[in-house]
Design a protein around this ligand. Structure first.
Ligand code: MN
Ligand code: MN
Length: 295
């Protein structure tokens, strides 16, 4: 029996359309895990909040004139999580590896950001583009070596720090800043994006990503300004607008991107808006990827 059969259960399904699950290229997976959340927990409720939003949004991408309903997509349901961060991320890793080994593209809905550790370690050769207000590069946080505030540090140790680019940064501690400077973890702050513009940002991101064969994209929803996405675990002012984020994503998403997660929606802190943003991002990223070779 596969890990997917063993460790997932069915819930709502992503998208209101009749899916082409037969021969699907994309596998949606929920990870309702928020055990290390420290400020505003509740991202365990996000996968179904994002699914519900997805059923009430249009799946047609006007930017690319592309109907996401034509994409082969399956929803595997949610991971049966444990109260242990290492065991849960390991379970996520096993399932994502099965998705990737089957030649499919994983779309993982958190849960807290720590689950990205499980998703990315399922790949042998990967570079990670992280959209986040935070660097998540602490060595330890509240006594934990693996948590939403430290997992990027663990990933840097595993894959090498040059394989990470963080976008939208505006909340960091001196220790993380020093680590990023010493180990050359690339990051661009939200203020730099707002001041220097999208063109400069995407130029830098494309120059960096050209070194790598395969890219993984993780979106911590707190990269958006709390005005647009108030329902997150750790909101920080001066974030990106949904348009700025989508403009960047539209220019950098290509078939080189082999996996995606969208994390940190904490749905009980708003009236559904942040889950709508998350769902809209997933639809648009799917459209960008499907049309990237046709531009
Ligand atoms: Mn994060
Ligand atoms: Mn964050």
């Amino acid at each position: 029996m596969s890990y997917t059969q063993l460790y997932t259960y069915r819930t709502l399904e992503f998208g209101a359309f009749v899916r082409k699950t037969e021969g699907a290229n994309y596998s949606v997976l929920g990870v309702p895990f928020d055990f290390t959340s420290t400020y505003r927990p509740g991202s365990r409720f996000a996968p179904n909040a994002i699914r519900e939003a997805s059923q009430n949004l249009e799946a047609f991408c006007l930017r690319r004139s592309f109907d996401v309903e034509t994409v082969g997509l399956e929803d595997l349901g949610d991971v049966d999580v444990l109260g242990d961060v290492e065991k849960t991320t390991d379970r996520v890793k096993c399932i994502v590896k099965e998705i990737v080994d089957a030649g499919k593209f994983p779309i993982v809905m958190g849960g807290e950001h720590t689950i990205t550790y499980g998703c990315t370690t399922a790949f042998d050769d990967i570079a990670v583009l992280s959209f986040d207000a935070h660097l998540d590069l602490r060595d330890e946080y509240l006594g934990k070596k693996l948590s939403h505030a430290t997992f990027m540090r663990r990933l840097c140790e595993k894959f090498g720090p040059d394989r990470f680019f963080e976008v939208g940064t505006r909340a960091l501690c001196a220790e993380e800043m020093a680590f990023a400077a010493n180990r050359k973890v690339e990051y661009v702050t939200s203020l730099q994006i707002i001041r220097n513009g999208i063109d400069k940002t995407t130029e830098d991101l494309l120059a960096w990503s050209s070194q790598f064969r395969r890219l993984y994209v993780t979106v911590d929803m707190d990269v958006l300004d709390p005005a647009y996405a108030p329902g997150v675990g750790n909101p920080v002012p001066e974030g990106l607008s949904p348009t700025q984020l989508l403009e960047i994503l539209e220019r950098i998403i290509s078939s080189k991107v082999v996996g995606l997660d969208v994390v940190e929606v904490s749905p009980h802190y708003d009236s559904g808006l942040t889950a709508i943003q998350a769902s809209n991002l997933i639809y648009n990223i799917l459209a960008f990827r499907e049309t990237s070779n046709k531009q």
